[in-house]
Design a protein around this ligand. Structure first.
Ligand SMILES: Nc1nc2c(ncn2[C@@H]2O[C@H](COP(=O)(O)OP(=O)(O)OP(=O)(O)O)[C@@H](O)[C@H]2O)c(=O)[nH]1
Ligand SMILES: Nc1ncnc2c1ncn2[C@@H]1O[C@H](COP(=O)(O)OP(=O)(O)O)[C@@H](O)[C@H]1O
Ligand SMILES: [Mg+2]
Length: 192
């Protein structure tokens, strides 16, 4: 019996090392309400890093009103569309392509629900509860599906080739052995 246990543990350990789940990519945006305060911006970036996400791309930029209208076009008939567009084009934003197993769901869980007022009571340890001000100024954005990600990242990283990343880079990040973090740029990359 002892031998069987030893054997099953060995097989389990071997499989865990060999068969690691694939990674997923998502787009994270830290919104103008937070980016105005470098301490809060870095606090959120650190929450992302501590929660096991790789920073694949990072960019500090601004959206024009036209770009914000296009980015959030799915909401053009909603009552909050114009306040959202003017808010998202009101200041600097910090954009990131993040990688993790189940990145889309896990980033949305870490962000918390959209409406901040409810989130502060229901999920007080999430980013939007901790750093959101209102349902409009709710600190962060996250892609809600792989299809949304493929549309959204092109607004900020037009040269990024997601197919190429999955084919050539993903396995290095799954292994995690030859990855370094560049704190200045908020980027994880292959050791050179
Ligand atoms: N149905 C509906 N809800 C609204 C409307 N305007 C605001 N709300 C809701 O009222 C709440 C307050 O709106 P917020 O935009 O989050 O609050 P605010 O104080 O205006 O904050 P800022 O927009 O960031 O200045 C949110 O839950 C909104 O969804 C509206 O015209 N129709
Ligand atoms: N009821 C609302 N009141 C105010 N702003 C809202 C509301 N719903 C959504 N928004 C704004 O529009 C953005 C996009 O909405 P949605 O895609 O539904 O949420 P999420 O950003 O969580 O994916 C939200 O992050 C928020 O800034
Ligand atoms: Mg959304």
């Amino acid at each position: 019996m002892f031998v069987c246990n030893q054997l099953s543990q060995l097989v389990g350990q071997t499989l865990k090392n060999v068969v690691k789940p694939p990674l997923q990519l998502t787009l994270a945006i830290i919104k103008p309400d937070v980016c105005k305060d470098p301490n809060r911006l870095n606090a959120i970036r650190n929450m992302i890093k501590i929660n096991g996400f790789y920073f694949i791309r990072s960019l500090i930029t601004r959206m024009s009103e036209l770009e914000a209208k296009d980015f959030y076009s799915e909401h053009k008939d909603k009552f909050f569309y114009w306040r959202l567009v003017s808010f998202m084009s009101s200041g600097v934003i910090s954009c990131h392509i993040l990688a993790k197993h189940n990145a889309i769901t896990e980033w949305r869980q870490l962000m918390g629900p959209t409406k901040v007022y409810m989130t502060k009571f229901n999920e007080p340890n999430t980013i939007r509860a901790l750093y959101g001000l209102s349902d409009t100024r709710n600190a962060t954005h996250g892609s809600d599906s792989s299809q949304s990600f493929e549309r959204e990242f092109k607004h900020f990283f037009p040269d990024f080739d997601s197919d190429k990343w999955f084919a050539e880079q993903m396995q290095h990040f799954i292994n995690g052995t030859d990855i370094e973090f560049l704190a200045e740029e908020w980027i994880h990359r292959l050791k050179r």
